[in-house]
Design a protein around this ligand. Structure first.
Ligand code: F6P
Length: 522
């Protein structure tokens, strides 16, 4: 049941793609888009999501060859193995089953002969009942008052996912105020403490290992602060944990009844769908949390069951490989046109770069081709006034995903029209640019003919800069779940194409070890 081990650069498809690239590398998106059917031919839909990838340096032949590559590395087999619970995280000896967490199907998934679905359901019921008690005010703190503030203490996957989702779903939020403490920087936790009342605060310690230096340090600091006003007998009313390490949780003083499970078959950066998402459920209510999971499941089923030509995560992954490995693009931008999604780029940086930033293949051999892309971004329209100059006129090729919504949440139509005009305007500007002739005529007809000689080259936009439009009807818990799952599957697809293991993260260990050593010697 192991993943196959196929060097992509040794496949026939890679050879064909190399020839195809050499023959077509100068193709121009503007010319390609003269074809009236182009948008229809290079768009995919899934319910409330439409993805338009027509503004890329690709032809139907490019997609055909990229799909051939996916078939030759046996992506199908890799997808099936992930869903049924094969040990595809080989270096850590683990299954990878975040998809099982959101599955509504009754079909069993066996680990060591035991169906994991019932434990998932039990955990969800516990999340629901606990969230309901806290939100309704029935859960009381040590002085008999209801909870007003939630503090999520965690880092990496135990922080970024919940933090990003809570921020993104602010519109759906209830009366509880949610805080996130992650950095070991004591000023971070101190600033959060300033806003808290120990009588009405609930601390959610999220750590799969319960050994992470940052999390345990912050948790101890918060516990000590809490104990200045309360006693250890009050801890059960104010501290809960999400972890696999029950002994360490017990040593910390947390009541067994207040422990929510985590499992080794869920990776940290893919864990917001487990009890790691407890802060999400507390913030927006269980029904919205379940809708998030259902949205992800819709994407899971699409990814699992759709042929590669029509498979949204697969197509986006293949395009990314096309630019990364053939055009030698080094980075990709993620540009959400929603202020709610301002934390999405940070979240995706961990998900993508911790997963695919690998230099050794599944054989253990050093790789001589490029892997993991560098991801960065910010929200539109703010970033148009920040870094977009470089994306439009700089020397680097930066493929971009524009994420947008047809409808706004508060219905300020004037704002939304302007926002979306900018969304489409940026995509067009990148793709089609502005030619010398256009600049010439523009200056001439605006009465600035005398400036033509001086200004013309600076006002030209080369264009031919690729982007994808990822457009949803509306930002809802369901559509957010779908969006996150889309990127999760893109990550795995790229890992398979590059013949690497996407689900380990040994690269973060050395720095941790050295920090420990240095701490002991100073
Ligand atoms: O950054 C490394 C990492 O291991 C992540 O994969 C993980 O999400 C994070 O640390 C936190 O780990 P834990 O949940 O065990 O505290």
């Amino acid at each position: 049941m192991a993943l196959k081990n196929i060097n992509p650069t040794k496949t026939q498809a890679w050879g064909k793609l190399t020839n195809h690239f050499n023959e077509n590398k100068n193709i121009n998106i503007k010319d390609l888009c003269k074809d009236k059917n182009r948008t229809a031919d290079f768009s995919l839909e899934l319910g409330d999501l439409s993805v338009d990838f027509s503004k890329n340096r690709i032809t139907k032949e490019t997609i055909g060859l990229l799909v051939e590559l996916a078939k030759e590395v046996d992506l199908k087999d890799a997808i099936e193995k992930q869903y049924v619970g094969a040990v595809i995280n080989v270096t850590e000896g683990r299954e990878v089953l975040h998809t099982a967490l959101r599955s509504n199907s009754e079909e069993p998934i066996l680990i060591d002969g035991k169906n994991i679905k019932p434990q998932i359901q039990t955990a969800l019921r516990k999340i629901r009942s606990f969230s309901n008690k806290v939100i309704s005010g029935k859960w009381k703190g040590y002085s008999g008052k209801s909870i007003t503030d939630i503090v999520n203490i965690g880092i990496g996957g135990s922080d970024l996912g919940p933090d990003m989702v809570v921020e993104s779903l602010q519109y759906y939020k209830n009366q509880l105020t949610t805080h996130f403490v992650s950095n070991v920087d004591g000023d971070h936790v101190s600033e959060v403490i300033k806003k808290l009342n120990p009588e009405t605060t609930l601390f959610v310690i999220v750590s799969k290992t319960f050994t992470t230096q940052e999390t345990i340090t912050n948790a101890e600091t918060l516990k000590n602060w809490f104990l200045k006003s309360a006693t250890i007998f009050d801890i059960p009313k104010h501290f809960v944990a999400v972890s696999t390490n029950l002994e360490a949780v017990d040593n910390f003083g947390i009541d067994k009844a207040n422990v929510f499970p985590m499992w080794n078959w869920v990776g940290g950066r893919f864990s917001l769908w487990s009890a790691v998402g407890l802060s999400i459920s507390l913030s927006v209510g269980y029904d919205n949390y379940r809708a998030l999971l259902d949205g992800a499941e819709e994407m899971d089923l699409h990814y699992k069951n759709t042929d590669f030509e029509n498979n949204i995560p697969v197509i986006l992954a293949l395009l990314s490989v096309w630019y990364n490995n053939f055009y030698e693009a080094e980075t990709e931008a993620v540009l959400p046109y929603s202020q709610y999604l301002k934390k999405l780029p940070d979240y995706l940086q961990q998900a993508i770069m911790e997963s695919n930033g690998k230099g050794v293949d599944r054989n253990g051999d050093t790789i001589d081709y490029q892997t993991g892309t560098i991801v960065w971004g910010s929200t539109g329209t703010n970033m148009q006034h920040a870094f977009m100059q470089l994306v439009h006129q700089g020397t680097k090729l930066i493929p971009a995903d524009f994420i947008g919504y047809k409808e706004s949440l508060y219905g300020l139509t004037d704002h939304h029209k302007k926002l979306m005009a900018n969304y489409h305007g940026q995509i067009e500007a990148l793709a089609f640019g502005k030619s010398k002739e256009e600049v010439y005529l523009e200056l001439k007809f605006s009465g600035e003919e005398d400036k033509i000689a001086k200004l013309l080259p600076f006002k030209v936009f080369e264009g031919n800069r690729p982007s994808n439009s990822v457009l949803f009807d509306k930002l809802t818990p369901h559509s957010l779940g779908k969006l996150i799952a889309l990127y999760e599957h893109k990550i795995y697809t790229q890992g398979i194409l590059w013949n690497i293991y996407s689900y380990d993260q040994f690269g973060v260990e050395l720095g941790k070890e050295l920090a420990k050593k240095l701490l002991n010697t100073h």
